[in-house]
Structure formats: structure tokens, C-alpha cells
Design a protein around this ligand. Sequence first.
Ligand SMILES: O=c1ccn([C@H]2C[C@H](O)[C@@H](COP(=O)(O)O)O2)c(=O)[nH]1
Length: 503
Amino acid sequence: MTNLVSQELYYRPAYKPNQVICGSGQTVVVTGWTVKESVAKHLQPYEYAGIGACYSPTRGISLLIRNLLANPVVRYLVVLNATKEDRNAGACTCLLDFFGNGFELGITDTGKQCWVIRSAVVGYIDIEIAADDLEQLRASVECFEAKTIAEAASQVKQLAKRERVEPWGEPKTYPLATVEPTVLPGTRYGHRIEGKTIAETWVKIVHRIKTTGTIRPTGYDGQWQELIDLMAIVTDEPEGFYFPEPNYLPCDRTFISEYVSQILDDAPTVEGVKYTYGQRLRSHFGLDQVEQAIGKLIADIDSARVVMSLWDVQDGEANSSPPCLNHIWLRVIDNELSLTATFRSNDMFSAWVANAMGLRALQQHIRDEICDRSKYNLQMGPLITISQSAHIYDDCWENADNLIANQYKKAFQERDYADPSGSFVINIQDSEIVVEHMTPGTGEVVNCYSGKSATQLCRQIAADCPALQVGHAMYLGCELQKAELALLNQHYYTQDRPLKIKL
Ligand SMILES: O=c1ccn([C@H]2C[C@H](O)[C@@H](COP(=O)(O)O)O2)c(=O)[nH]1
């Protein structure tokens, strides 16, 4: 049958064509969060037009609708709304609501005009698409919901038996607004970002990637802005999580309570559902790695061997869907339990906050279990994530810019002025600038510099203390220059005070 069908009848996605399995039928299958291949394997290409995922109601539905409008040959839509992830994301429900309830004029999070789907789930369609065309699409495409892979496959087979109908109109495409960010120069490999809470750290991460990340093609028909090896250190996330008011994070408490169980708890393997991190940790390798880690630390609290692995060497093989979170390492230092997690690939705008909260819940669980079962009364140490490809997808650039405009200044000011590299006291003594370097806590003097030239002193201090915080180093440069001017012109110099002219 397939050989008889001319290539012209094949579904041609105008957007993200490599993310869709194409056939020559009249039904598009939207698989939500279920792996599309697990549906495709039950079907023949003449039975469907296209099979593809839809993860997000604000980012995915609009592209899908553009593709449907470009392919009026499609007369049926089967929406597989099967998994917990689908319930959490709401994209399938929202898509069904577009066909069932329609849409109205509204605005996006970034304040742009758009069509908002009439649904309990927030979902957007680009304003560039004409409302009449959307109405015609709703009237011309029949929509079905399936709850299992088998149900979806059998529905598609039923529809394929129907007589082929004419396309409902002419193919239409619409302009797609794109934004090309300006990229500032910056280090390519290895970045350190620290914040007190996950929320604060996230704003700083988004700012760093958006300003200095390299623009590269993604594996998903688009672009992303990327930094390599970004280490984020969250020092003081409170138990139960900090959610800002109003909440500018890409997830809320309800989502996180569901998500935490995907990291903490084992889950049975289900066809079409990607691994869960809980399953990799608790059972995939034939033992419970979380229990093993707790046991190891109780037996040797100073151990540097407490590793949990999520990467399976089989993940390197084709056709698998390899986990993004690969490695977790625990360490107790000064009675504090720190957790370091390594991701091979991390969507820093949409996924990192949930990833970080899930890991923080795991860290809390391990701390609590150690305290319950042993003599150790550990404190929560920092949560550290190392994201090897730390990226922001192009369809989030505008939201990212908005976040930076609204939140970055505040997040930046939240830094405390106690540089762990120490502090410096500057005086003028015997016609020389004298700089004492002191420890941050008790103020013990650890080094002393003297000279007449601010530039020389700056060079020496920079060479000796390369980890000084940027703001601190700039402050020191200004103070030293003031001291040099005072020395030259015989003015009075007092650190942190304006120069006083000698009359
Ligand atoms: O816990 C997760 C799971 C997925 N991703 C993101 C990273 C990538 O953007 C994408 C996975 O794509 P692949 O690298 O698997 O193709 O999802 C995360 O950030 N965190």
C-alpha cells in the first residue's frame, strides 16, 4: 500500500520537521510526553499523516497548529493523553480544549498579544495566525482523546479505514517572529554561579546564558544559547522551598510535589514512558542506590565514595532515551551534607528549577534518614548542579529577557559583601600605600602589600587572589587609585571615604 502512495500525499511539517514521523494518511497523532516511536511501531505509514510529541501548552501547541494549517489533508487528530507528565504539563488537555472550547484574544506572559485557548490550562497560539483560519481548522478536523498507546493505535487504524476525504482548504503558512539576541563576549567553558535560593540562582543563570552563551543549533530543529559546564551553587534553599510572590518561576508548588516523587520514588517501567530518575536510583541497576548512599555515609561519614549513577552504558546505544541527570555525589564537610549533581544536558529556563528542587528534596531525604538512623545530626549543606550543556531554547529567549529585565537587578543585589577570599584594609603609611589582606571571619592578617602604584598593587593582588569576586576586585581597584592620588597630591586618604584635600 505505501509504495502506491505518491510522495505528494505525505505530511510535510513546516516547523520542526525532524521531530515528526511522517506518513501519507489523514490522521495526526499527538503523543504528548509518550515516546512517539512507541505509537509508530503499531502503525503503518499509510495509516497516519504524522506522529509527534507535544510537551508544552505555551510553546508546543502553536507550532502544531501551524503544521496542521500547512497540511489541510489532515482531517483527524488523535491525542494520546496518557502519562503523569501529561497531567502535569497539561499540553494535551489544552489542545483538546482548543478543538472543544475555542480561543480568545489575550496576552502572553511577556505581554505580547496572542490567542489564548479557552482551557483551565494556560495555552497560547501565535497572533500571526488568522482567527478565521483557526475556526476553520476547528471545524474541519475531528479530534479524539486516547488514554493508552493501544487505544491510540486502534483509533488511528479505525480512521484509516474511512474513505479518504478531500483536503479542507489550501495549505497556509504564517510569518514566525524570531529574535536574535546580542551575545557579549565571555568565557566559553566553566562557569560558577552562586545564590542563596534556587529562585535567585536561576535568575543569575538565565542572565549569564542569555548574555554570554553561544548560539548553536539544537538537535530539535531550532537554536539554543549555550554555556558549557555551568556550576550552580545554591547555599540556603529553605526546607519546603522558596517560591517568590508573585511566582516568576516556571513551575509551582503543585507541579513540584508531583515532580519530587519522580526523583525520590521507584516507578515501574511503562512502555513509551521515558525512564524516571527515581527508577534509575532505586531499582534499574538491581539495587537501591539511595539506601546504599545512606548506609555508606552512616558507616563512614568522611567517605568521598558516595556516588549514585543514573547513566547506564546501554544509554550510549541508538534508540534509547538517555537520562539528562547522570551522576550524584554526596559529601559531608563540617557536619554539612552537600549534594552535587551532574547533568549532561540541561534546559536551564524550563527544567532547571524543577530539577534543582527535586534534587534538594533528595538531599533533604538523605539527611533526614542519616539523622534518624545514626548519631549524626547533619545540617543541610549546599546543593550544587553541574550542567554540561547549559542551554536556553530559542522559544524561551523572550521570556528569559523579560525575567532578566524584571528580576536580575534584585537578584544581583542579593549578594552579600563577605567575599570568601577575604577583605583588604588600605592605609597610607610612610609615603606608601599599605594593603593588608585579612580572613573573612576573624579578620586575621594573612598577607601585606605595599608600594606607590595602584596598578602594581592591583596586579600583585590579582595574581595572588584570582578568585576574588568581580565586584570586590573593582572596588579594590577604585580604592587603590584613590590612595595613589592622595599620595601624589598629599591629600588625606581614608578607605571608603571621599578624598580630603589638604589645604
Ligand atoms: O531532567 C531533565 C530532563 C531533560 N532536560 C532537557 C535537556 C535537553 O534540553 C532535553 C533533553 O534532550 P536530549 O539531550 O535527551 O536530546 O531536555 C532537562 O533539562 N532536565
